[in-house]
Ligand binder design. Structure first.
Ligand code: CDV
Length: 315
């Protein structure tokens, strides 16, 4: 489709479970192994999961203070994560990493950073769509306490020019919302990177288990296509202390096709030489936003949060 090839060596580093007993040091050791594998296979950017340094702790009922003491990072890089930054600089590989951030002012966020090949943090994203609840659900098999442990991100979806591409970031539940992707494609994103922890079991209603993977894949494939972007999504998956989460880490092309998909529920590296030019034909034709979008008819999207009455019509 494109005459000039502008390719990015793009890796997704899926993680198997991180158990409560696992230390940051052990986890960073696994990330280092995958960073090296990805580099050896030609990657320039490696996408790690959401909350990659710890177990998916929002499943456990505890106080905010207990959660912050045990699972949050007060600085980044900190001494435990520094080896990842050092190795990334040595190899000349950038990465995306999700972790629980406690700011200097004591505000807790579910955060992702984008780190360039010189190991500089060039972008930070704080999760906007926080799923779950903030009250204790003693009858549920586990909790989903993102609304208790995190504040909503304080900045809109952004993009960063780094590693030869315009890269947008989001986290897990954000991927299900069309607004997430459109915010970034309207800023000319070429690639959207994200990490996720998606429990296989829905505690809110008896959802058939296969739908978790189905919704994950259709969302990524449709969003990549409708927004003319590459999408790279890294799971933390498998059974963390008995709590199973889906795998299915993927790299999706702007055609909506899956270029690579994980086959395990363990640490696994996917690498694709992503041709950023593939999106051009879509941007020039079916999704030429400047020619075809009609924002004058989309007002409700920002005026209303939930569904309301029908709009008045003149005829
Ligand atoms: N970490 C997440 O945001 N998980 C949600 C679950 C709760 C559905 C997700 O959208 O995958």
């Amino acid at each position: 489709m494109s005459k000039t090839r502008n390719t990015l060596g793009l890796a997704v580093a899926q993680m198997g479970p991180v158990h409560l007993a696992d230390t940051r040091r052990q986890v960073v050791g696994r990330l280092l192994d995958m960073l090296r594998q990805a580099h050896a296979r030609g990657a320039r950017l490696v996408v790690f999961p959401e909350l990659a340094l710890t177990t998916f702790f929002p499943r456990y009922w505890m106080s905010e203070d207990q959660a912050q003491q045990r699972f949050f990072e007060r600085s980044m890089p900190n001494p435990e994560v520094q080896p990842l930054f050092d190795e990334a600089r040595r190899l000349g590989v950038g990465f995306y990493l999700g972790y629980a951030e406690l700011t200097a002012q004591g505000v807790p966020y579910n955060t992702a950073i984008l780190v360039d090949e010189q190991a500089r943090i060039v972008g930070k994203y704080r999760k906007i769509h926080l799923p779950g609840h903030d009250e204790h659900k003693p009858d549920a098999p586990f909790q989903h306490l993102e609304k208790k442990f995190f504040r909503v991100g304080d900045q809109p979806f952004g993009v960063w020019d780094t590693m030869g591409a315009r890269i947008g970031m989001c986290l897990c539940n954000d991927r299900r919302w069309p607004e997430t992707w459109r915010m970034m494609s309207l800023q000319s994103a070429e690639l959207v990177v994200l990490g996720y922890n998606t429990p296989s079991h829905n505690i809110h209603w008896p959802e058939p288990a296969h739908l978790r993977m189905h919704h994950h894949l259709i969302t990524l494939q449709a969003s990549a296509y409708q927004n003319c972007v590459w999408a790279a999504a890294a799971a933390k998956c498998g059974a963390e202390d008995g709590h199973h989460m889906i795998g299915g880490s993927v790299i999706v092309a702007p055609t909506g096709e899956i270029a690579a998909q994980a086959i395990t529920e363990d640490d696994e590296v996917l690498v694709v030489q992503a041709d950023l030019g593939v999106a051009e034909a879509f941007r020039r034709h079916v999704f030429d936003f400047a020619r075809h979008r009609r924002p004058e008819h989309y007002g409700l999207i920002t005026e209303r949060v939930g569904p309301g009455p029908a709009l008045p019509r003149t005829e």
